[in-house]
Design a protein around this ligand. Structure first.
Ligand code: AMP
Ligand code: ZN
Length: 137
């Protein structure tokens, strides 16, 4: 499948991985809205909520639950947004289903669900990925 997230799952494109099981893969967003912005995806390609199997969606939800706890433990945000966009009208850009986990701090100024992409500092993204990975143990 010629899909950027499928290539990440197959390790053909590098990523800062924080979690993997037989159905799910999770990694740091390279254009983070805040420190610790993660993406949780099914390993099997599905474009959106209408295509994914229930079993894969349950597996994504279960991993999201674990990862939210790890983010809380690692970064202690004041809040967390979970976002999952379906279709261009909903501002979905990458056509492989993904749940965003976005740590929030009051006054961070984010406007959720529509934003300009800003390249992250990959050293920082990598270090935060290691922190979250350790918090998963
Ligand atoms: P959306 O489809 O709008 O829900 O968001 C797609 C997200 O994927 C954006 O937040 C991008 O920054 C992120 N993204 C795109 N390519 C990569 C990549 N190679 N590694 C990590 N995150 C990515
Ligand atoms: Zn894909």
């Amino acid at each position: 499948m010629d899909c950027i997230f499928c290539k990440i799952v197959r390790n053909e494109i590098p990523s800062v991985k924080v979690y993997e099981d037989d159905r799910v893969f999770a990694f740091l967003d390279i254009n983070p809205l805040n420190d610790g912005h993660l993406l949780v995806i099914p390993k099997a390609h599905a474009e959106n909520i209408h295509e994914i199997t229930e079993a894969d969606f349950v597996a994504v939800a279960s991993a999201t639950h674990k990862l939210a706890a790890a983010v809380k433990k690692a970064l202690n945000p004041e809040g967390i947004n979970l976002m999952q966009l379906n279709g261009k009208a909903a501002n979905q850009v990458v056509p492989h289903l993904h749940v965003h986990i976005v740590p929030r701090w009051s006054g961070d100024g984010l406007t959720i669900c529509k934003w300009e992409l800003t390249a992250g500092d990959m050293e920082r993204v990598t270090a935060i990925g290691e922190q979250i990975q350790q918090a998963m143990e």
